[in-house]
Ligand binder design. Structure first.
Ligand code: HEC
Ligand code: HEC
Ligand code: HEC
Ligand code: HEC
Length: 199
């Protein structure tokens, strides 16, 4: 019975293309933090995307949730965290019970899981670039960069206006308008001009 369930879930996962797991922005930042290659981590940390989860704890967020009559606090409401975290409902961020956040002193796996979840509390790199488990190694990254591997086949997606519109739309309670060009300029983190990666 359990075995059948595991196999079924495994196959469904493959069919849905969910073999790619969210690793969190810190992981990406380990290799994308140097000034010489564009300090993508720093640019992201200084952007509002990195604070999107904290925003859900603000007075403003609490007021919005109250007005909407949500059953949960905004930071635990699926209606809000779907756009304010990384990978919610797709094997990434999940709403967890109190016990999860406070694992026993000797529960090392528990602490690891908490660290992973905490790392998904934001609009992370992977909400635009795709879940990173299969492309995050230096070898694969280099191969994609050198056009020897198709990024999409290992989960690295092309970022387009559609990517942004997945969240920047009128389902957002605070939505005003979204200008792709202007918004893109605000979050840009390119490799510096003339950047030539090491072999
Ligand atoms: C082990 C180091 C490492 C990690 C971890 C890593 N990258 Fe990379 N990434 C690279 C390298 C190396 C390149 C190629 C350019 C270079 O050499 O600087 C690259 C290139 C890229 C590119 C450009 C690809 C292209 O088409 O030219 C993107 C986008 C990217 N990384 C995003 C990410 C994201 C998002 C994560 C986290 C899920 C991540 N990287 C994690 C090392 C890494
Ligand atoms: C997963 C959902 C999501 C995606 C995808 C997303 N954003 Fe955002 N974005 C947010 C949220 C949530 C905020 C507000 C964060 C806060 O204020 O705490 C935000 C804020 C911003 C801001 C700051 C707005 C301001 O008023 O200063 C800019 C600029 C922006 N996003 C640009 C983009 C662009 C460009 C893309 C696509 C390349 C994109 N976003 C994709 C969720 C997303
Ligand atoms: C469809 C995606 C989406 C959903 C769902 C969503 N948000 Fe947001 N949120 C955004 C984006 C994008 C922004 C950036 C400002 C905007 O709307 O253009 C944002 C910004 C915010 C801000 C900052 C407001 C500001 O003026 O910058 C607050 C507070 C907020 N959201 C609270 C909530 C709460 C509370 C919920 C749940 C009831 C929620 N959001 C649901 C996408 C979303
Ligand atoms: C809101 C969406 C968004 C987020 C969040 C985001 N990126 Fe990007 N990223 C883009 C866009 C758009 C581009 C430019 C177009 C492209 O290369 O696909 C880009 C380009 C890149 C490049 C290639 C630069 C070049 O000049 O070719 C790297 C490397 C990169 N991002 C890494 C990261 C890392 C690391 C993070 C998290 C710390 C991150 N990105 C977060 C949207 C995003």
């Amino acid at each position: 019975m359990i075995k059948t369930l595991v196999i079924t879930l495994g196959v469904t996962g493959l069919l849905l293309g969910q073999t790619f797991e969210y690793v969190g922005s810190r992981k990406c930042g380990m290799c994308h933090k140097k000034e010489a290659s564009g300090a993508q981590l720093k640019v992201w940390e200084d952007s509002k995307h990195s604070k999107a989860f904290e925003t859900l704890k603000s007075e403003e967020a609490i007021a919005i949730a109250k007005e909407k009559g949500l059953a949960n606090d905004p930071w635990e409401a699926p209606e809000c965290i779907k756009c304010h975290t990384t990978g919610f409902g797709k094997g990434g961020y999940e709403v967890k019970e109190e016990a999860f956040w406070n694992p026993a002193a000797d529960d090392r796996d528990g602490k690891k899981a908490v660290k992973r979840m905490t790392g998904l509390q934001a609009v992370g790199c992977e909400m635009c670039h795709g879940a990173g488990s299969e492309y995050k190694s230096r070898k694969v990254m280099k191969a994609i960069y050198n056009d020897e591997t198709d990024g999409a086949a290992v989960g690295l997606l092309a970022v387009t206006e559609e990517t942004c519109l997945g969240c920047h739309n009128d389902e957002s309670p605070s939505f005003k308008e979204f200008n792709f060009e202007e918004a893109l300029a605000k979050i840009a983190h390119p490799f510096p001009e003339g950047y030539t990666p090491k072999k």
